[in-house]
Design a protein around this ligand. Sequence first.
Ligand code: PEP
Ligand code: MG
Length: 757
Amino acid sequence: MGVLWLDEVDKDDVPIVGGKAANLGELLRVGIPVPEGFVVDGKTFMDFIESSGLKEKIVEILNSINVEDTKQLEEASKKIREMIESTPMPKDVEEEIKQAYRKLCEEAGEEVFVAVRSSATAEDLPGASFAGQQETYLNVRGEDEVVEKVKNCWSSLYTPRAIYYRVQKGFRHEDVSIAVVVQKMVNSEKSGVMFTSHPVTGDKIAIVEAVWGLGEAIVSGMVTPDHYEYDRVERKITKVQIAEKKFMLTRGEDGKTVKVELPPEKARARVLSDSEIEELVKLGEIIEDHYGTPQDVEWAIEKGKIYIVQSRPITTIREKKEEIEVEEGKILLKGLGASPGIGVGKVKIVLSADEIDKVEEGDVLVTTMTTPDMVPAMRKASAIVTDEGGLTCHAAIVSRELGVPAVVGTEKATKVLKDGMVVTVDGEKGIVYAGALKEKKKEEKPAVVAQAPIITATEVKVNISIPDAAERAAATGADGVGLFRIEHMVLGLKKHPMKYIRDGEIEEYINELYKGMKKVVQAFYPKPVWIRTLDAPTDEFRAMEGGEDEPIEANPMLGFRGIRRDLKEEEHFRAEIRAIKKLVDEGYTNIGIMLPLVTSPEEVRRAKQIMMEEGLPLDKIEFGIMVETPAAALIIEDIIKEGIDFISLGTNDLTQYTLAVDRNNENVAYLYNEEHPAVMKLIERVIKICKKHGVKTSICGQAGSYPHVVEKLVRMGIDSVSANPDAVQRIREVVARVEKRIILDRLREKEIESIPK
Ligand code: PEP
Ligand code: MG
């Protein structure tokens, strides 16, 4: 180990070479043109800090700081980086790197320019999409310089933003290593980025952004790029937006990146031709197909040839939010809608990261372009507005991930807007209005216009997470709610549940739960609503006010969540039960309580005991569990003995725990398969045994929205299926067809039997 050529690595090497290098190796394998290069693996860095004794010192420094304190964070970063950069690299490692570089130069017969890029294993973890978190050095030439830059990349694992980000995401510093890719530079005439599918909606619309010269200009948001859209279903270019690209970055005589002002004709000229866009999209489709998920691709064109410089999964696609419009108002600015949603607040103009302390909760952060050091302020902001940038700039990517509405590329926000002004930002349409405008709900439309209702023996229910969407979900005609996930509602409260409890405000919390739950049970009354008690993963809840005590876990999917957590934080569980009791006392008996992530009969017994202590009339409502661990599936008989009315198959978790595939981990997503025989065996077993004991069976995992899975479950005799609102009608049709098929087949069997032999 040490230095590996890119065509020697593939996705299985992520742990040693990082996501970036592994991806490049994968791309080479499917014939994508990637510039030649090698990677110094992550183990080399680990060995370096361990053998030099730096590791303990680093951990000690990091453990002693509060990352929310910007000054402390910066000082720690500086100290660690200096320590790394001033410690010599072991001689053998240095020689290996130099040798590899010389090999890269052989063909050209002279010292070539290379890009030296960090490939941190944390950077490409799922849920992580902060572009450019660690350093990249372009136009590096000469073996000594390459060695020096490799070391600079190593130290960039400890930039303030990288440290902050790891803490926020719950990654342990010790677990993150860094590999470094050294790759021949493409001296690009044009370059840019491409989303192979729409980064917000996930629709099959490729988005390409392009500038003259080197691509750094886009990623950093320095230049507003041309913007093209290509409809991959219709196979045509649907949008061409030419921006004024005032300058470009290019390689100067001495190899340094220089900024070159462009004459107006070139600044306003279109960068990509139709055929170049089409060719890029084709490459993008090969990559997306290969990974099975939309990609965020960096590309460059040199002497007419396209190179793919980098590709990573898009982590920001999300379900469409409820559409909200604002009442008309005076338009102050227009730009690109980069992160949907409406934000209202006071303008705070921030011209550099030193000023981020100005931004208070709910302010509108206005800046030329955000930098990763501004993330703490971006988190607090109700909206973000920038002068520069396109859909793929830092502000756009990060605000989408944080769920903060954003408008980028307005060109003059920092001039037009003034500190203290109140504005309304529409991150969907890309508009900034004067004043605090009222939100206007779009006309409520039922998600499905039902024709003659289809009656099925197997009930078809719907999953819900947002109480405000209950009316619409009920309009699908679903037979009830098979899963009401309350996490969404709780994450929307003003502080962490345990903070309410610590602050002696448990009644306020119970009331919030009661209000949200009531919206749903009311909308569906008298149809049943199965409310699931809180399944709070630590990483998601840490971001809430008062969430700083959430433990930092290596894998929150296997951690402190589900019923195990509620039984440890018993007051919290009791609060949920009291909210439900209030509803039952008011006559809403169309409720079922469902426990998440059950693994033992003891958990069920203890939960029931608490419910009884709280005086919840369990004879009036239903009580059940989610079957989402192999443990629950394999000892379902013992759980049934505790007294349950129903089970619901949580196939999202059941699949990950059965196959040892983290459902959030993009690197193993290709192995995630709800129909794996092992998963199907567990499901079949559970349905059979529950039937025998008169316990109702249902499914509420994503697989309940897949027709081919539902067909199998109906044949196994499942009692109900709970689908996403948009899938209810389709699933109902599938269920009806399968049920008819079963009856028909039985009748035909009988007919055949009755034919005299
Ligand atoms: C599941 O695990 O299938 C499920 C429905 O629960 P969640 O997706 O909320 O973990
Ligand atoms: Mg689950």
